[in-house]
Design a protein around this ligand. Structure first.
Ligand code: HEC
Ligand code: HEC
Length: 301
């Protein structure tokens, strides 16, 4: 009701509602009290079907009438207690905002001490704790699975979090930083820098050779020199740079695909994976549990 800017509509709606409800009761009373005099034939409503099938004007059955009276009384009591009558808030002082706040306060009371307990512990200790792991998993499924998958194995463009292969590093604290501050992978379009289409082909074949994938040796040899511009980020040996999130190109783990076609597409168009920062969305207690959970997914493997 807070949408109404004028003070008129609240009372207006309240009065119309009350008149309708009470009117229903009065109407019912009038209809149900008329009884037939002895010997009087009930009239008909005037509706006739199938030649002679007529509808008599009889009073309603009593059980039905009482049910109707009960609903009238019920709605009056309901509207007195709960909000519903214009802008009248009801004597029960109930509202959805208050209910939500109470639920949140209850949840904080129930889980707050748990979050605090884990927040004081080292990430590795939390990762080894069965309860911490369980809470982390639930948080993961709620906040992260839509991108990294419910099994955390990721998808094209969304890194696998279980394989102990990291863009930014797999230290527990670094994982926590990835989650807290988010990450933005910046691979610029590089085709022009390697001399266009042929150059892209050559560099792509050199990249294939780094992980010993099937490739054209001649093209790869020509691409090696051109890889110098890539080395700034991926390192001279192509092993990547966690400070930039530049992936290791020598392993068999691919974020965007390791086929010649996918690599050419990466070089031509660039890539810009975005991990959204959770700092403002989640409490530190939750991020702590999440970081421990993600760390635990691949630790010791
Ligand atoms: C909107 C999609 C999205 C959501 C939601 C998301 N992530 Fe990510 N996450 C990404 C992408 C994309 C990357 C890779 C960024 C890049 O390419 O540089 C990433 C990267 C990461 C990394 C770094 C991985 C590495 O190899 O270094 C971690 C850790 C991570 N996410 C954990 C999480 C957790 C925990 C959550 C839940 C709170 C989460 N992510 C929610 C998309 C998402
Ligand atoms: C400015 C730094 C930078 C330069 C220069 C750069 N890259 Fe990248 N590259 C990245 C980053 C960061 C990513 C990850 C992008 C993401 O997370 O979305 C990436 C991703 C890739 C991938 C995808 C790997 C996968 O797992 O799917 C390939 C392939 C690649 N780069 C090849 C190259 C080649 C070849 C060159 C040179 C022509 C090059 N890069 C130059 C930073 C760079």
């Amino acid at each position: 009701m807070s949408d109404f800017t004028s003070g008129f509509w609240g009372p207006f709606i309240a009065i119309v509602t009350l008149i309708s409800v009470i009117g229903c009761g009065v109407f019912l009373k009038v209809l149900s009290t008329r009884r037939l005099a002895p010997g009087e034939k009930p009239g008909t409503t005037g509706h006739v079907w199938d030649e002679d099938l007529a509808e008599y004007h009889n009073p309603m059955p009593r059980w039905w009438m009482w049910l109707f009276y009960i609903t009238v009384v019920f709605s009056l009591i309901y509207l007195a207690i709960f909000p519903g009558l214009g802008s009248f808030a009801g004597v029960g002082d109930w509202n959805s905002q208050g209910k939500y706040e109470k639920e949140m306060a209850d949840a904080d009371k129930a889980y707050g001490p748990l979050f605090d307990k884990f927040l004081k512990q080292d990430l590795k200790a939390v990762a080894a704790d069965a309860e911490g792991k369980q809470m982390g998993e639930r948080l993961y499924l709620t906040y992260c699975s839509q991108c990294h998958g419910s099994d955390a194995r990721g998808a094209k463009g969304f890194p696998n979090l279980t394989d102990n292969d990291w863009l930014y590093g797999g230290d527990a604290e670094i994982i926590k930083a990835s989650i807290t501050n988010g990450r933005s992978g910046m691979m610029p379009p590089m085709a022009a820098a390697v001399g266009g289409g042929d150059g892209t082909n050559e560099v792509a074949n050199y990249v294939l050779s780094l992980s010993r994938r099937p490739h054209d040796a001649q093209l790869a040899a020509a691409g090696q020199a051109k890889f110098a511009v890539c080395a700034a980020c991926h390192g001279p040996d192509g092993k990547g740079n966690p400070a930039l999130g530049a992936p290791n190109l020598t392993d068999e783990v691919w974020l965007y695909g390791g086929s010649e076609k996918a690599i050419i597409e990466t070089i031509t168009k660039g890539r810009n994976g975005q991990m959204p920062a959770q700092r403002d969305a989640l409490s530190e207690g939750k991020i702590h549990l999440l970081a421990a959970y993600v760390y635990g997914l691949s630790a010791k493997k």
